[in-house]
Design a protein around this ligand. Structure first.
Ligand code: ATP
Ligand code: LTN
Length: 332
């Protein structure tokens, strides 16, 4: 690879991507390919920290892979693979886990949220989830990690783990930086705009899936919770409207002042319809490309097999050095 900075990011195959995943993360992955070396991954090992139906997980993993391609990840430019195909992630995760404190993991807000939500299954994997995420990133010595704002705390932990390793064993890991977009880093639920839009929300009206058809998208936006005023403007306390403005801005490229003047004197009904149409039109080419790609199973298989080979070759070099540093005996 040429001497460019390295980007790494991952997404869980816990369902179809939401508009939040798309605007907050995946959408930014495509343009980064022009400037950086990029490695992207479907993190199926992270997904099983909450119970998954095996048949659905397999399908969601393949769909997520095809969706990333449909969103513009180009396997000629980037390495795109499935996490469980590359054993170095699990190998490095063990070592990093031995350099992570119980207290640090206990402070992770995602762990607290998810252990409350899945109180009957607070498994060790859910607790050590951020260690595996650190391994994903550090196995490639990535410089930058594009994520939504909810992942910032995990990234800070990855930096702390890397720093601790460097202190103990000598400078080795780069300290990865988060790369968070200014607009849309946290897209909110359409039904409760104080909560983030999440794949695992039980209320389908709260979430736009990027494969939803036009009518469904428009219907969900029409039902979006707003406020009792009738003014389209970005202001504290107008969480619902602020969220819709953020979404509209990120799919049309218009700034908030332009949006406010476009809808001045108009009601929320007109605004919601415009947001729905803009989102549906923006997502349409992705749906079409996804349908085309997912019909070609042999091609997809070729892509993820080659992706895993490249990822293994790259990360193996780094993880072998880590093995030496911690004092494991050479295999060869
Ligand atoms: P789950 O509900 O299963 O926890 P999720 O919807 O939070 O899933 P992830 O796979 O955990 O999705 O996240 C993939 C990427 O999308 C991450 O970079 C995350 O920060 C980003 N992301 C997730 N939800 C949002 C959101 N509502 N707004 C902006 N970015 C988001
Ligand atoms: N935890 C992330 C997904 C994820 C990730 C990563 C993101 C797993 N490994 C490495 C960036 C880099 C999430 O839930 N969004």
């Amino acid at each position: 690879m040429e001497d460019k900075k390295l980007i790494f990011s991952g997404i869980q195959p816990t369902g179809t991507f939401t508009l939040g995943n798309y605007i907050g993360a995946v959408r930014n992955w495509k343009p980064l390919q022009e400037e950086y070396n990029c490695i992207y991954c479907v993190v199926d090992m992270h997904a099983i920290t909450v119970r998954q139906d095996p048949v659905k997980l397999r399908q969601n993993t393949l769909n997520s892979y095809a969706l990333l391609m449909a969103c513009g990840i180009d396997v000629e430019k980037s390495i795109l693979f499935i996490q469980s195909h590359v054993k170095t992630h699990a190998e490095l995760s063990w070592i990093l886990g031995c350099n992570t404190q119980f207290g640090e993991l206990s402070r992770m807000t995602q762990f607290k949220d998810k252990s409350q939500k899945h109180a009957d299954d607070v498994n060790a994997g859910l607790f050590t989830y951020p260690v595996l995420m650190a391994a994903d990133i550090l196995a490639y010595n990535a410089d930058l990690v594009p994520v939504g704002v909810d992942q910032k705390q995990h990234l800070e932990l990855a930096r702390n783990i890397a720093q601790r390793f460097n202190q103990r064993y000598g400078d080795f890991f780069k300290l990865p930086e988060p790369y968070i977009s200014e607009i849309g880093a946290k897209v909110m639920s359409l039904q409760d705009p104080t909560k983030k839009m999440s794949k695992s929300d039980e209320n389908p009206n709260a979430v736009i899936l990027i494969l939803d058809d036009k009518d469904t998208i428009i219907r969900k936006f029409k039902r979006a919770v707003t406020d009792s005023e009738a003014e389209v403007c970005y202001r504290d306390g107008k969480d619902g409207i602020n969220n819709l403005m953020t979404i509209y801005s990120s799919v049309t490229g218009k700034n908030f002042a332009e949006i406010e003047s476009e809808f001045s004197g108009k009601g929320y009904g007109d605004f919601k319809l415009a947001v729905g149409e803009a989102v549906a039109d923006h997502l349409e080419p992705i749906r079409t490309e996804f349908a085309r790609l997912s019909a070609d199973k042999a091609y997809l298989k070729k892509c993820y097999t080659e992706g895993a080979e490249k990822a293994l070759r790259y990360s193996q070099r780094i993880v072998s050095k880590v093995y030496r540093k911690v004092g494991f005996v050479d295999r060869t």
